[in-house]
Design a binder for this molecule. Structure first.
Ligand SMILES: [Zn+2]
Length: 267
């Protein structure tokens, strides 16, 4: 039986054009890497109970073969969209997300950030080490908070400039160096919609490799202030009741999972 691997080009999962919709492992025979002129194949140690390494083929963007110009017998599906499919089938995306995250980081860690020497792999780990100065490098994970803010029976939802028209979600933002996650929650909410919150507590988290993130979900309750979008990131924000919700993000994201929990009064 042939070895299987995930194929990525950036945050797009590559599959043979005839890959059956019914299959949700998204693994492809490794030998198909021959279809791509420029690719890197590597193994990522598993951190789940399977202990089975995750094989990855990272198809490198080059001028001759961009995502839009895949070989005819291949198709690309954004990993974000794959999450929607996995969520509908209640399948665990952890291995796929790990593979996607590491593939992305490897493209950006070929050289030492200190001396510019070439990094080499330390077998059976994710570590890379500089061939010149010996500096160790590990996959970068950028923590970001995402917060459900409530006020009586209402939830705070905001429309970010980057969202498609009419779509709303929870307030989110990256943790700054030297800042606690609770402080990030307070700062982001105040910066983006001008209100103060309290009662901050952790709900759950989700790997989100599209910007090498870990999304960390919190809840908080409104304390004071007039709701006012910053006009920079947030174009509109409002308080919504359960029977008055706007369009929200698709299943498969932590944002949607938390909103769904709130709808069911579990938060
Ligand atoms: Zn170095």
């Amino acid at each position: 039986m042939s070895k299987l691997a995930y194929f990525f080009q950036g945050n797009t999962l590559l599959l043979p054009a005839d890959f059956p919709d019914s299959r949700i492992d998204f693994a492809v025979p490794l030998e198909l890497a021959k279809d791509f002129r420029t690719s890197e194949t590597f193994e990522v140690p598993a951190v789940d109970e399977s202990k089975t390494p995750i094989r990855v083929v990272s198809v490198l963007p080059d001028t001759a073969q961009q995502a839009a110009a895949l070989p005819e017998n291949w198709k690309g599906i954004p990993v974000r969209q794959v999450l929607v499919t996995l969520s509908a089938k209640d399948a665990n995306p952890a291995r796929l997300l790990r593979a996607c995250h590491i593939a992305q980081w490897r493209r950006e860690s070929r050289f030492c950030g200190s001396c510019g020497g070439e990094n080499f792999d330390i077998p059976e780990t994710t570590e890379r080490r500089c061939s010149r100065c010996g500096r160790e490098e590990f996959p970068r994970i950028c923590p970001a908070v995402i917060v459900v803010v409530t006020k009586e029976d209402k939830i705070l939802l905001a429309h970010n400039k980057k969202f498609s028209s009419g779509l709303y979600s929870l307030i989110a933002g990256f943790n700054e160096a030297g800042e606690s996650l609770e402080a990030t929650v307070e700062r982001e909410i105040f910066e983006e919609v001008n209100i103060k919150v309290g009662g901050i507590s952790y709900i759950k988290s989700q790997a989100w490799p599209f910007s090498k993130s870990l999304m960390i979900g919190f809840k908080a309750c409104f304390l004071s202030g007039d709701l006012r979008p910053d006009g920079v990131e947030i174009e509109d924000a409002g308080w919504f009741t359960r029977d008055n919700l706007p369009a929200v993000s698709e299943p498969g994201s932590l944002s949607r999972a938390i909103i769904d929990q709130w709808i069911k009064s579990e938060i």
